[in-house]
Design a protein around this ligand. Sequence first.
Ligand code: ZN
Length: 111
Amino acid sequence: MNGPTCVRCPGVKLRLRSRELIDVHRLDRPAFDAALDAQIWVCPNCRRIELRWPEDVALPEEEVSGEEKYLQQLQGMSEKELRSIVNSPLRGEEIRAAARKLLEERTCAQT
Ligand SMILES: [Zn+2]
């Protein structure tokens, strides 16, 4: 297999130093600590370090866009909960728009 080359030094092959489980703390879920399984590659020329996702580990799912993500989050909520999100000035504009959209869909379905 041809290893990766340095993005700075044309044609210089990176050397694999090791594969590590790196401790990471998730900002979106503060109670969770997780480990990142990563390969550490080093350029022998400029000493730049590159982390690469191991080839035997499935790639992460593509991040869904803002509105789509909120729609999924709000899907199971009652109309009352949705309405309180729409009317809450503390919520972000995107999540309120998603809640409004779900409410409209539900009102349409009833008539
Ligand atoms: Zn380099």
